[in-house]
Design a protein around this ligand. Structure first.
Ligand code: IPM
Ligand code: MN
Length: 350
C-alpha cells in the first residue's frame, strides 16, 4: 500500500553530479517504505548553457518551486565562465526559494580517518547553520574602470536584522533539541565592526528566549583553529554566508573528506521547496568513470527525507551509511559509484 507520494525535482548538473544523484535516488527509494517517489529531472548546467544560453529559465524555476524537494548534484565546468552557473543557478535557487538556512553537519563517523590526528568520532559532531541569502553573496557593489590599472572593485556584504534574527532562531531551535545545547556565533566582530555588532546583538537577543541553550561567540580565525584541534568545543555554529562556506569546507576535510560532506539549503517556513546537495563540486576530471564517492549525496538524501517528514527513512539511510563507512575503512576507491549506492541501498532495505 502506498500511503504517500513525494515529488522530487532532480538537478544532476555537471561532471559527477548526475552519477552521485542517481545513487541518492536509489537509496531514497529503498528507504522510503510505502512512499511513491516521483522524480522530475531538469536539464540544467553547463551543457544546457552551451546549447541554449539558458541557465535557469523562469518557467523552469516556477516548476521546480512546485515540487516537494530538490535533489542537486553539482554544477561547474572549465568551459563556462566563472561565477555564471554559481550565481545564475545555485545562488538563484537559494535566493528565489528563500533557502536562508544552509545546513551542514560536520560529523566524524567511526571508521573514517581524519587528517587531524587523534580526533575521536565523539569529538566531532557539529551542525553548522550558515546564513544562505545575505552577506557578501548578495550582488551589491560594482566595478569601475574595469581592465585598467585604476580598476576599482567593491563587493559589499549585506546583513539585515531580519535575516540574522531568523537564521539565529533556527540555529537556536536546533541547539535546543540537541544534547549539547550550545550555540556558537562565528564572526569577525573584532574587525568587521558594523556587521559583527549586528550579528552579536541580534543573536544575543534571540538567545534570551532559549534559556536552556548556552550562547557563545568565537572569531572566525580562532574557529578555524579550534575546528581542527578542538572540535569538541562546538555543538551548533551559526555564521554568515561566506564564513560558513569556508568553515564548512574545512569541516568537511576534518570529518574525513569532501566525499562525505552533506548539505541542505532549507526554507524553514516551507513557502518553497528546500534543496539537498553534496558539498563537493562537479569534479570534471572524475566524470563518467564511476569513480566518485556518492556518500555525500546519499547523506544529503537522508537530510531530504528528514525535512519532508520521512524521519524513519532518514535514520535508516544514516545507519546504513555509518555501517558502510565502518566496513570500507577508508577504501572507497575499491568500489564503483553504483556499487557503493547498491551496497548502501541493500543495507537500507535490510
Ligand atoms: C557551496 C559552494 C557554493 C557556495 C557556490 C557554488 C555558490 O561553494 O555550496 O559551498 O559558495 O555556497
Ligand atoms: Mn563552498
Amino acid at each position: 500500500m502506498t500511503a504517500r507520494t513525494i515529488r522530487l525535482a532532480v538537478i544532476g548538473g555537471d561532471g559527477i553530479g548526475p552519477e552521485v544523484v542517481a545513487e541518492a535516488i536509489k537509496v531514497i527509494r529503498a528507504a522510503a517504505i510505502n512512499v511513491a517517489v516521483e522524480t522530475i529531472s531538469y536539464d540544467l548546467g553547463s551543457q544546457r548553457w552551451h546549447r541554449t544560453g539558458e541557465i535557469l529559465p523562469d518557467s523552469v524555476l516556477a516548476e521546480i518551486a512546485g515540487q516537494d524537494a530538490i535533489l542537486f548534484g553539482a554544477v561547474g565546468d572549465p568551459s563556462v565562465p566563472s561565477a555564471l552557473l554559481e550565481r545564475g543557478l545555485v545562488l538563484r535557487l537559494r535566493f528565489e526559494l528563500d533557502q536562508y538556512v544552509n545546513l551542514r553537519p560536520v560529523r566524524l563517523y567511526p571508521g573514517v580517518a581524519s587528517p587531524s590526528s587523534g580526533l575521536r568520532p565523539e569529538a566531532v559532531d557539529i551542525l553548522v547553520v550558515r546564513e544562505g541569502t545575505e552577506g557578501p553573496y548578495v550582488e551589491a557593489g560594482g566595478v569601475l574602470r574595469k581592465g585598467t590599472p585604476q580598476e576599482v572593485a567593491i563587493q559589499q556584504s549585506m546583513n539585515t536584522a531580519f535575516g540574522v534574527s531568523r537564521v539565529a532562531r533556527y540555529a537556536l531551535q536546533r541547539a535546543a533539541s540537541r544534547p549539547g545545547k550550545k550555540l556558537t556565533l562565528v564572526h569577525k566582530a573584532n574587525v568587521l565592526a558594523y556587521a559583527g555588532d549586528l550579528w552579536c546583538r541580534t543573536v544575543a537577543a534571540e538567545a534570551a528566549a532559549f534559556t536552556d541553550v548556552t550562547a557563545d561567540y568565537c572569531h572566525m580565525d580562532a574557529a578555524s583553529i579550534y575546528l581542527v584541534t578542538q572540535p569538541e568545543r562546538f555543538d551548533v555554529i551559526v555564521t554568515d554566508n561566506l564564513f560558513g562556506d569556508i568553515l564548512t569546507a574545512l569541516g568537511a576535510v576534518v570529518a574525513g573528506g569532501i566525499g562525505l560532506a552533506a548539505s541542505a539549503s532549507i526554507n524553514p517556513e516551507r513557502t518553497a521547496p528546500s534543496l539537498f546537495e553534496p558539498v563537493h563540486g562537479s569534479a570534471p576530471d572524475l566524470a563518467g568513470q564511476h569513480k566518485a564517492d556518492p556518500t555525500a549525496a546519499i547523506l544529503s538524501a537522508a537530510m531530504l527525507c528528514e525535512h519532508i517528514g520521512l524521519a524513519g527513512a532518514a535514520a535508516r539511510i544514516e545507519q546504513a551509511v555509518a555501517e558502510d563507512l565502518v566496513e570500507r575503512q577508508g577504501a572507497w576507491a575499491a568500489r564503483s559509484t553504483p556499487q557503493i549506492g547498491d551496497d548502501i541501498a541493500e543495507r537500507v532495505a535490510g
